[in-house]
Design a protein around this ligand. Structure first.
Ligand SMILES: Nc1ncnc2c1ncn2[C@@H]1O[C@H](COP(=O)(O)OP(=O)(O)OP(=O)(O)O)[C@@H](O)[C@H]1O
Ligand SMILES: [Mg+2]
Length: 446
């Protein structure tokens, strides 16, 4: 239980840390990418502005202008391998170009990013319209355009390096957080685990201590009831009430003691485990509950679809199945049916107890295995239930490496299925049979 909690806590801790790191990484990535592009835009703008005076010369001389490249003002900041400068006339027709980047699109004023499909890269461009008196985009008479471009390969390379760095950093941090988180959750759970252990110990001790005096009360009351001549007739009813309440308290303390012990991992509860023929256990139990079913006018049937032996504690398994069969009969009105089935699949022996009783509402189904939970508390108390029967059944199934599940429809009936891991089929040995007899006697005594 606490191991699960520890892992769940650690997982939530890691998920929160991963979300924070993800958010932080995205922030850093976006911030750096934006500043890289801003820097590039500034460079392009400076290059375009310094090339403005050259437009009239290019318009006059054409490509010949470049022959005396030492003269041009923008040459110092121009990188011919990564950038290009293009001159356009008023109509947007290319007059001349410098640099290796080729763009087939007409000039469009402002900053643009163009995708190059073949190279799978991008080009950032800045186009400036030139009016008669230089840089004035609002002027109605445009002399031409200058477009400067640069490939964003360099930025993309830095971006992917950044992404790698951030990714590796996040993974390393998460690893460290995982180790630290494991230690922290261990530390955080320790006191809870200790106080839970103390609570369990208290329940076990209290139930154990209560058992003695209660048994003494029951014995005294039984003695008094065996001699009715010594009891005042007016007190006979009170005595019967005391006897019934005492029996109920004894079974409650025993149930609590059992649950407190099953909660403690490593503690063996009940007798030794051995190979048990499930079909025989169920057959005997059905026979045992027959009078109770007849009294309630409920038809109790047993269907065996496979003879199965499993490895387990016979007393505990009898208790598990008798809790289910008793519930099925108890919560089915007269004229109803209870069917106990034994089946198997390739991993489990499956025992199902199906009834045509009152059923359980869908919103209440998740709670049926909770301790002290009862659908109709007033009626259940009248019937003497404590609400621990199914919790005990589940604890036993889990102790045997199995599970228990329920399907139910209100006013239609319920079906409880117990899954127990299969073992190799062995004929039950004599001691196993004897122990089964003993466990049945225990159930009978309840
Ligand atoms: N077959 C069933 N059909 C309908 N309701 C059921 C059935 N089995 C259990 N329940 C509901 O689940 C509740 C819990 O069952 P559980 O066996 O744990 O306690 P209980 O029968 O009330 O008391 P006890 O501890 O004596 O068994 C019951 O009170 C009942 O409301
Ligand atoms: Mg019950």
């Amino acid at each position: 239980m606490f191991r699960d909690l520890r892992w769940r806590l650690l997982l939530s801790y890691l998920v929160v840390m991963a979300a924070i790191l993800g958010l932080f990484g995205t922030g850093v990535y976006v911030f750096f990418s934006r500043s890289l592009y801003r820097e590039l835009d500034k460079k392009l703008q400076t290059l375009a502005e310094s090339a403005i005076p050259s437009l009239s010369e290019v318009q006059n001389k054409g490509e010949q202008y470049f022959e005396d490249v030492n003269r041009v003002s923008w040459q110092d900041i121009f990188n011919r391998d990564r950038q290009s400068v293009e001159w356009f006339d008023t109509e947007g027709q290319l007059i001349a170009s410098k640099g290796t980047l080729k763009i087939a699109l007409p000039p469009r004023p402002g900053f643009w990013t163009i995708k190059r499909l073949q190279q799978n890269s991008q080009i950032r461009t800045f186009t400036i319209p030139i009016s008669g008196n230089g840089l004035n985009s609002n002027s109605p008479s445009i002399d031409g355009f200058i477009r400067v471009s640069q490939s964003t390969e360099e930025i993309e390379r830095i971006q992917s390096q950044l992404l790698w760095g951030l990714g590796m950093g996040a993974v390393t941090t998460l690893g460290l957080v995982g180790v630290a988180g494991f230690w922290l959750t261990q530390k955080a759970i320790e006191p809870v685990e200790q106080s839970f252990g103390r609570l369990k110990q208290f329940t076990a001790d209290a139930s154990h201590e209560l058992r003695g005096p209660l048994t003494a009360i029951k014995a005294s009351v039984d003695v008094m009831r065996n001699h009715p001549e010594r009891v005042h007739p007016k007190d006979a009813k009170k005595l019967a009430a005391i006897a019934s309440a005492t029996s109920q308290m004894i079974s409650l303390t025993e149930d609590l003691l059992f649950l407190a012990r099953t909660d403690t991992p490593g503690l063996t509860v009940g007798g030794e485990k051995m190979t048990i023929a499930l079909d025989e256990v169920l057959e005997d139990l059905v026979e045992l509950f027959e009078p109770f079913a007849q009294e309630k006018e409920v038809a109790l049937k047993y269907r065996e679809l496979a003879a199965i032996s499993i490895y387990g504690d016979p007393a505990q398994l009898s208790r598990l199945f008798s809790n289910l069969i008793r519930n099925a009969i108890q919560y089915t009105s007269s004229g109803g049916k209870v069917i106990v089935r034994l089946m198997k699949n390739n991993r489990y022996a499956i025992v199902s107890v199906e009834d045509t009783g009152i059923g359980i509402a869908p919103e209440e189904l998740p709670f049926v295995f909770d301790r002290f939970w009862r659908a109709d508390k007033a009626r259940a108390r009248r019937e003497g239930g404590t609400g621990l029967g199914l919790a005990i059944a589940q604890a036993i199934a889990m102790r045997h490496g199995g599970k228990i599940s329920v399907t139910s429809r209100l006013k239609m009936g319920s079906c409880f299925s117990v899954y127990l891991p299969l073992t190799t089929v062995v004929t039950p040995s004599l001691p196993a049979k004897l122990q089964r007899e003993e466990s049945l006697q225990e159930v009978r005594a309840e």
